[in-house]
Design a protein around this ligand. Structure first.
Ligand code: NAD
Ligand code: UGA
Length: 480
């Protein structure tokens, strides 16, 4: 059978993956019509907004890609059925969060949205349709997708339809999504039908060199995605565990990371100690792996991977505890400035951000937090902390009612000076470039002395902070 030439793509899910991935496909394949659909009207409206700064996902370079392709061969719509019917290839790029209740709650992935997509494709597709799993899924999910689609093939209404299912997990990281998509280390395609695999490979072949397009069976592809995230997260927990040991022994984790990272077998990437990994996927995907291991009768393997997540939570609580200890054992009523709320720099995403757990711990201790982030809006922070924002107290006017009662409170801060005014400490929780360039000699006089800088991302220059008369704690830095 000749390789089908793909003319029309539908992507279900206009989120952090679906939007940028389809924008790059449309940009690189002007001969293919790409329609991204979603049930969330607000999200689709934002993708269609004429002001490109209003796109729902902040990614450096995304606006330019969308500007080139949108309206030409890139479309955003809520008409899911119409887009499926017109497509030769349908990507499923919907959310797959951890289940919150029922069987596997707290570990297994919630596949209700994926199943809903498979059913909608079964109902609306016409002719031969290649269905591509883009979402991160537990190994063997394709079996369920295939079962739903083959029921449609066999039903009388669906007599005209046929399907092939592929797994094509996405490896982009937020903040670098556009370069990751434009120049991927590899594209992974798992499947059973060579012609379907080659049809998808020919889409990527518009810009990805052939040797970087890997072909595997379905189950290897699904499992490789979970494994890649588990390995990456494991490196972060490993270096964070060593950071704690460095603080206890007088070693410096940056020096240790450099020393081990120059070993070409270990490599230098993903050895940055910090406040623990955040983001929507690492924790969810490892917990899913843990669930699968238990399901397949491998409890020791499950415990091994589970410890990566446990170490990560421990690191976040440890940082909050360190702040309390350094501030004379109490932060009740004290003003603390949190710089950075996103889970990493160059994204507006706060899902599972370390800042959430650290801020909640400090609020529980009665702290008053001024929170600054260049891209996260205050409504999002309020949702993440389950607290309405309060107004910034006047630093000259003495303790507020919340401070006196020991209630934790927070307010958003749009500039550095108002965040630091009257604060006992600054916590840097996201490595935004602007935090590297802070003028500590100008900021220190705004703070209540003795004041601290807690640098969980190793972004400050220690001599500058110390010259400004501030105490400094850096993650993984022991006192020699
Ligand atoms: P997201 O929550 O940002 O977007 C998912 C979108 O799917 C939402 O807008 C939602 O409204 C939509 N949706 C859900 N069900 C739908 C349906 N039946 N019909 C139409 N639209 C529907 O999620 P995301 O971050 O883009 O992640 C999507 C998948 O990709 C997940 O499985 C995730 O694990 C994986 N992934 C994410 C990243 C990342 O960096 N965020 C990277 C690689 C892989
Ligand atoms: C991660 C993977 O890198 C992607 O390959 C994958 O596609 C994606 O998850 C996914 O499946 O969702 P992402 O979470 O966007 O991408 O960002 P990362 O750069 O991996 O960072 C994750 C977290 O680890 C961040 O909180 C980051 O600050 C932290 N991190 C990263 C460290 O603490 N130290 C490091 O050395 C690297």
């Amino acid at each position: 059978m000749p390789v089908a030439s793909i003319r029309s793509i539908c992507c279900i899910g206009a989120g952090y993956v679906g939007g940028p991935t389809m924008a790059v496909i449309a940009d690189r394949c002007p001969d293919v019509q790409v329609t991204v659909v979603d049930i969330n009207q607000t999200r689709i409206d934002a993708w269609n907004h004429t002001d490109l700064s209003k796109l729902p996902v902040y990614e450096p370079g995304l606006d330019a890609v969308v500007e080139r392709a949108r309206g030409r061969n890139l479309h955003f719509s809520t008409d899911v059925d119409e887009a499926i019917a017109a497509a030769d290839m349908v990507f499923i790029s919907v959310n797959t969060p951890t289940k919150t209740k029922g069987l596997g709650a707290g570990q297994a992935s919630d596949l209700r949205w994926v199943e809903a997509c498979a059913r909608q494709v079964a109902q609306s597709a016409t002719g031969h349709t290649i269905v591509v799993e883009k979402s991160t899924l537990p190994v063997r999910t394709a079996e369920a997708v295939k079962a739903i689609l083959s029921a449609a093939e066999q039903s009388s209404e669906g007599a005209q339809c046929s399907f092939a299912v592929l797994s094509n997990p996405e490896f982009l990281a937020e903040g670098t999504a556009i370069p990751d998509l434009e120049s991927p280390d590899r594209v992974l395609i798992g499947g059973e039908h060579p012609e379907a695999i080659e049809a998808l490979a020919s889409v990527y072949g518009h810009w990805v060199p052939q040797e970087r397009i890997l072909r595997t069976n379905l189950w290897s592809s699904e499992l490789s995605k979970l494994t890649a995230n588990a390995f990456l997260a494991q490196r972060i927990s490993s270096i964070n565990s060593v950071a704690a040991l460095c603080e206890a022994t007088g070693a410096d984790v940056r020096e240790v990371a450099r020393a081990i990272g120059t070993d070409s077998r270990i490599g230098s990437k993903f050895l940055q100690a910090g406040p623990g990994f955040g983001g929507s996927c690492f924790q969810k995907d490892i917990l899913n792996l843990v669930y699968l291991c238990r399901h397949f009768g491998l409890p020791e393997v499950a415990s091994y991977w589970e410890s990566v997540v446990q170490l990560n939570s421990w690191q976040q609580h440890r940082i909050a505890r360190t702040v309390v200890q350094k501030l004379f054992g109490t932060v009740t009523g004290k003003r603390l400035a949190i710089l950075g709320f996103a889970f990493k720099a160059d994204t507006n995403d706060t899902r599972e951000a370390p800042s959430i757990r650290i801020a909640k711990d400090l609020l529980e201790e009665g702290a008053q937090l001024a929170i600054h982030d260049p891209k996260v809006d205050s409504d999002q922070i309020a949702r993440d902390l389950n607290l309405p924002a309060s107004t910034a107290p006047d630093a000259e006017s003495g303790p507020t009612r919340a401070a006196l009662s020991g209630e934790g409170t927070w307010w958003p801060s749009c500039d550095m000076a108002s965040a630091l005014k009257g604060a006992d400490a600054v916590l840097i929780l996201t490595e935004w470039a602007q935090y590297r360039a802070l003028d500590w000699s100008a900021l220190a006089p705004l703070m209540r002395q003795p004041a601290w800088v807690f640098d969980a991302r190793s972004v400050v220059t220690p001599t500058e902070v110390q010259a400004a008369g501030l105490n400094l704690w850096r993650v993984g830095e022991g006192q020699p």
